[in-house]
Write a protein that binds this ligand. Structure first.
Ligand SMILES: Cc1cc2nc3c(=O)[nH]c(=O)nc-3n(C[C@H](O)[C@H](O)[C@H](O)COP(=O)(O)OP(=O)(O)OC[C@H]3O[C@@H](n4cnc5c(N)ncnc54)[C@H](O)[C@@H]3O)c2cc1C
Length: 428
């Protein structure tokens, strides 16, 4: 039996659920499909023993688009903000991170002259309009603002922290600087993990009449001369909708539409590179060195942060949940066992003897953090691509020209829903 919907959303991650929430409020019949057994995508939180593990470290920018859109949707965001003062590691030597006034004052990484220059560079960063950097890579922008190798590597370290992207020579300065400005405005770790965001979005969507169907893989999107769209599921069932929002990966979409001749071959989608990383999520009975709550490598692209100090992430308040991450370069050949050793060694340098206190741990060697590494020129390519098929929209962390991560997912989900609401009003 063929069912008819106003809107079919493919994917129940942040982008799909945000779109569903806006559409549901506008009295459209909405079906959200997800191939996973449960929805949530990469914003899921797994409860392992008594601990809540996000899929790697997840922090929400307080001044970002996602935060404000989620608040607009009445999503409660409990959890505190981590301090940016921590340590930086270079060849096993520790330095105070000059990312806070206290860190800047106390660090022995920089001479007094360099501290003044670093302060000036940060001031410039905060006062730069990212839109003016559309034609520059992050590397080119960094070269414009400093000649100092040390300050250059500090900017790259902060760039990785803000975007998870470890490729200054190709990543867009516009996107990186705008995310850096957000990151300096602070982040929030979320009590109970990001699943609490998904759960609230899910419940609100259901209350507004959205139907959610997990364990459903969409394998084709078809459209004849006359709309509506026909979606073919993996069990060959067909579903019909006036509008479709697709929130899966860009390559899969290219293939799904190409097969049906809906789209001319789009080289851009083939070329999109993901941002990837390796994560070690760890729960400990205690921290060997309770003073070390945040650390990054300077040359080594590594991250460490104790999330449970700022968010409730365990049913047992005495335990600690922390995340270690390695930012992969797009050219990295990832060998799982050597990546794991790197992460464990980094953790040992910060928390010697941590292995004695392990409650549980999870290692993911090569996870997609963001579906698109943002490059110069993506903006116009995405724009051109967006308008190709009337009624068919894409959203997700790769879909927004100006943002990545949850910023991109949430803002593009809202944008797709708003476009449909306007089109639907025009049709009436
Ligand atoms: C290790 C790690 C750390 C991160 N840290 C941060 C952070 O600190 N801050 C931040 O803002 N972001 C962070 N992110 C990124 C953030 O989690 C993602 O950008 C966001 O969750 C993506 O949402 P999405 O809806 O675009 O995609 P997804 O979450 O991937 O959702 C897409 C959904 O579509 C479904 N789907 C795909 N294809 C089909 C199909 N054909 N049929 C049916 N269903 C389909 C999938 O099952 C999935 O559930 C991190 C991600 C990772 C992995």
């Amino acid at each position: 039996m063929t069912q008819n919907w106003d809107v079919i959303i493919v994917g129940g991650g942040l982008a799909g659920y945000v779109a569903a929430n806006y559409l549901g409020k506008n009295n459209l019949s909405v079906l959200l499909l997800d191939k996973g057994k449960t929805t949530g995508g990469r914003a899921k939180t797994n409860k392992i023993n008594q601990q809540y593990f996000n899929i790697g470290p997840h922090a929400l920018y307080k001044k970002g688009k996602a935060h404000s859109i989620l608040e607009e949707l009445d999503i409660t965001l409990h959890g505190k903000s981590p301090k940016l003062d921590g340590i930086l590691l270079e060849n096993k030597t520790e330095f105070a991170a000059p990312f806070s006034p206290l860190g800047l004052f106390s660090t022995n990484l920089l001479t007094w002259k360099e501290r003044i220059e670093w302060g000036t560079v940060l001031w410039k960063l905060m006062n730069t309009n990212p839109d003016k950097l559309a034609n520059l890579t992050f590397h080119q922008w960094v070269k414009e603002v400093t000649n100092s190798k040390k300050i250059e590597s500090l900017l790259y370290t902060l760039g990785r922290l803000a975007t998870y992207c470890h490729a200054p020579e190709v990543m867009s300065a516009k996107v990186t600087v705008s995310h850096l400005k957000n990151a300096i405005g602070g982040v929030r770790y979320i009590d109970g993990g990001w699943q609490t965001i998904i759960d609230q979005l899910h419940n609100q969507a259901i209350l507004s009449g959205v139907q959610v169907q997990p364990s459903t893989l969409v394998k084709q999107i078809e459209s004849g001369e006359r709309k509506p769209f026909k979606l073919v599921l993996s069990n060959d069932e067909e579903i019909v909708g006036k509008y479709v929002i697709y929130t899966g990966g860009p390559r899969e979409w290219n293939e799904m539409l190409l097969d049906e001749g809906l789209l001319e071959h789009n080289g851009f989608l083939d070329e999109i590179l993901p941002i990837r990383g390796a994560t070690l999520d760890v729960a400990l009975t205690k921290l060997p060195n309770p003073k070390h709550l945040f650390a990054m490598g300077i040359t080594d692209p590594l991250y460490y942060s104790v999330h449970s100090t700022y968010a409730q992430l365990s049913d047992d308040p005495t335990s600690t949940v922390l995340h270690v991450l390695k930012y992969h370069h797009p050219d990295d050949h990832v060998d799982g066992s050597s990546e794991k050793i790197k992460l464990e060694q980094f953790l040992s340098a910060i928390q010697p003897g941590w292995q004695q206190y392990v409650i549980t741990q999870r290692f993911l060697p090569n996870i997609t953090v963001n579906q698109r590494l943002p490059q110069v020129g993506d903006e116009s390519k995405l724009q051109r691509f967006k308008t190709q098929i009337a009624g068919l929209y894409f959203a997700g962390d790769w879909a927004s020209p100006n943002y990545v991560l949850a910023e991109g997912a949430v803002s593009s989900g809202k944008q797709a829903a708003e476009d449909i609401i306007i089109k639907q009003k025009e049709r009436r």
